[in-house]
Design a binder for this molecule. Structure first.
Ligand code: ADP
Ligand code: MG
Ligand code: MG
Length: 210
């Protein structure tokens, strides 16, 4: 893989913002079933702010892209998901080294997911965004081991995240608002896992275009 340029990651957030806006009502409906019906609007607002911030000061490095995205999500999104996603990207900004390789990206992403797990005290199976992001991180690690390129690796990560999100349907929530529902949270897809799948789909899309 040649270097993954800062511009690719700006495009990532633009595409993620587009997908979240497109699916805003679906995400909010998922949150209406097991939460407080604001996940789509929260994330749409947050990502709109991220795209605006990235446009105002075009970042010179991937580290800067992630730092700006993380800080903006933490600052602008009320609710659980803003600080949680923010912590993923802020940690990625701290860990990523230039020029960004697939291995470097995978390592930073893994570190970002660990930061999220620590902040949310959530593990696999708790019916949260962790259930989409951990499989995505694992898929990237396997792709690296198998020596596939960035395009295919991100495609595999996107598929793993989508399957992970679907896998939250039969789970009972143990973290976040959905956990207040106890057994009644079973049978619904977790909204944060669904938006995480959109993030990974966006990365695959912009990499395929690059
Ligand atoms: P809020 O629940 O504050 O309204 P959102 O609706 O924007 O925030 O986000 C809800 C999503 O956040 C959930 O679907 C879940 O994926 C994620 N989430 C909530 N709490 C946690 C946690 N402790 N750890 C990991 N993810 C969490
Ligand atoms: Mg909510
Ligand atoms: Mg809320």
């Amino acid at each position: 893989v040649g270097g993954l340029a800062a511009g690719l990651f700006v495009a990532w957030f633009e595409e993620a913002a587009r997908l979240v806006r497109r699916d805003r009502d679906r995400l909010t409906a998922l949150d209406a079933a097991i939460g407080d019906a604001d996940h789509g609007t929260n994330l749409d607002r947050g990502l709109t702010e991220v795209v605006k911030a990235l446009g105002e000061t075009p970042p010179e490095s991937a580290a800067q892209v992630f730092a700006v995205a993380g800080a903006t999500l933490i600052r602008k999104v009320g609710g659980a998901a803003g600080p949680l996603y923010g912590s993923v990207f802020r940690q990625m900004g701290r860990m990523i080294e230039e020029p960004v390789t697939l291995a470097g990206f995978a390592g930073a992403f893994e570190a970002g997911v660990v930061a999220l797990e620590r902040l949310g005290k959530a593990a696999l199976g708790d019916k949260t965004m962790v259930d989409a992001l951990v499989p995505a991180a694992r898929a990237l690690a396997l792709a690296l081991r198998d020596g596939v390129g960035a395009r295919e690796a991100f495609e595999l990560a996107a598929r793993a995240a989508a399957e992970g999100a679907e896998g939250t349907i039969p789970m009972q929530a143990r973290k976040g608002r959905a956990s207040y529902l106890g057994e009644r949270s079973v049978g619904h897809e977790d909204p944060g896992a669904a938006s995480s799948a959109l993030f990974m789909a966006a990365l695959a899309t912009v990499t395929a275009k690059a």
